[in-house]
Design a binder for this molecule. Structure first.
Ligand code: FA5
Length: 350
């Protein structure tokens, strides 16, 4: 009888090895261990044994049954993990490239413009300097020859910062305080550009309360306005393309003397056969576009920064960076740059 038990177990093991899914396992189980199963049937024959043999048979029967159950479970586990492996191999090929291309952002057009300008001026020997957005009034105004209470302070509508101490603080209204910081920290010769964000109470199509400028400062022996004009020519030629004219128009800024607005020829106007520009909507038909304020550094500014105005001369300019980007990309409303609309921004790949 024990031989029969071993035989049944052996057959069950072989059938399990041929079973490939849960249904097949179930059938094997029913065939051997079910109510009418072949192993179960052997137990019923115990009654035919001599009483002294029954105990040993009972133990052998139970051991075979436990072994058979364990063999079925082991086979089930093996089938489940094989199915999982097959499933993973089908759906999760980790070496496969993603189905959707990941979209990369691009640099903001103002950032692209700033970097392009920094490169142009770096090639002309200018170092890049930065200054704080929250600025001491002494640097934003006083040392730039804005007298206290002088109406020139109203030229730039200022955001004042409530002070925690005696300091008089403003959101800087221009990048010109970086001139002061640079001259206080360095002896001439000085050749720097200072790009950055500035703030004024201003808001229309070409003016925003937060905008960007790029300051230029050149201080050395015998520096003249001719150097300024040559530098601006070079810059306009490199940024907008060669052949565009530049002109200086007398103007007033407290920290320069003489002072000038810088205009460049409108890059969008057609040239007539005569060579004269025609005028377009962007330059309002004037054929010129204002791009910066400029001038020779005022002797008072040199003195307030500890530089001898008898020994050194210098010039400075302040370019509207956003204006440069508007002209470069033919954007007519400044606000578009700051709305954060991806449909607009993705038009400026880099
Ligand atoms: C100044 O800010 C002077 N600090 C420039 C300067 C530097 C003069 C060195 C002399 C020597 P102005 O206020 O004109 O100047 O501004 C310079 C440029 O900034 C303008 O030509 C214009 O392009 C840009 N700008 C001024 N206000 C705004 C604004 N609200 N939004 C966008 N751009 C502006």
């Amino acid at each position: 009888m024990s031989d029969q038990l071993s035989e049944q177990l052996q057959q069950l093991t072989e059938e399990l090895a041929r079973s490939e899914d849960a249904d097949a396992l179930y059938e094997v189980r029913v065939r051997y261990l079910g109510k009418k199963g072949s192993i179960t049937a052997l137990r019923r024959q115990m009654g035919k044994l001599a009483p002294e043999d029954r105990k040993a048979f009972g133990q052998a029967f139970n051991a075979v049954k436990v072994e058979a159950e364990r063999a079925i479970e082991t086979r089930r586990d093996a089938l489940v993990s094989a199915a999982r492996e097959a499933d993973l191999a089908r759906h999760e090929d980790l070496s496969m490239p993603g189905a959707h291309e990941r979209e990369l952002g691009t640099l903001h057009p103002i950032t692209q413009t700033r970097r392009a300008l920094e490169d142009i001026f770096a090639r002309m020997g200018f170092a890049v300097k930065e200054g704080p957005h929250i600025e001491d009034e002494r640097y934003n105004f006083d040392k730039l020859n804005f007298q206290p209470g002088h109406p020139a302070r109203d030229m730039q509508d200022t955001f004042f910062v409530r002070p925690r101490s005696d300091a008089r603080l403003v959101l800087r209204t221009h990048t010109s305080p970086v001139q002061v910081r640079t001259m206080l920290a360095h002896e001439p010769p000085i050749r720097v550009v200072a790009p950055g964000t500035v703030f004024r109470k201003d808001d229309d199509a070409t003016h925003s309360p937060m905008f960007h400028q790029l300051e230029g400062l050149f201080v050395d022996r015998h520096v003249t306005m001719a150097d300024l004009k040559a530098t601006l020519y070079r810059f306009v030629g490199e940024f907008f393309g060669e052949g565009l004219n530049v002109r200086l128009r007398p103007s007033y800024f407290p920290f320069v003397e003489p002072g000038a607005e810088v205009d460049m020829q409108c890059p969008f106007c057609r040239e007539e056969a005569s060579g004269a520009s025609v005028g377009c909507g962007l330059c309002k038909g004037t054929t010129w576009i204002e791009i910066a304020g400029s001038g020779m550094v005022h002797p008072h500014v040199f003195e307030s920064c500890g530089i001898d105005p008898e020994r050194y001369t210098g010039w400075a300019f302040g370019l509207g960076l956003d204006r440069m980007a508007m002209l470069k990309y033919a954007v007519t409303h400044l606000r578009l740059f700051f709305d954060g609309d991806v449909r607009f921004l993705e038009q400026f790949p880099c």
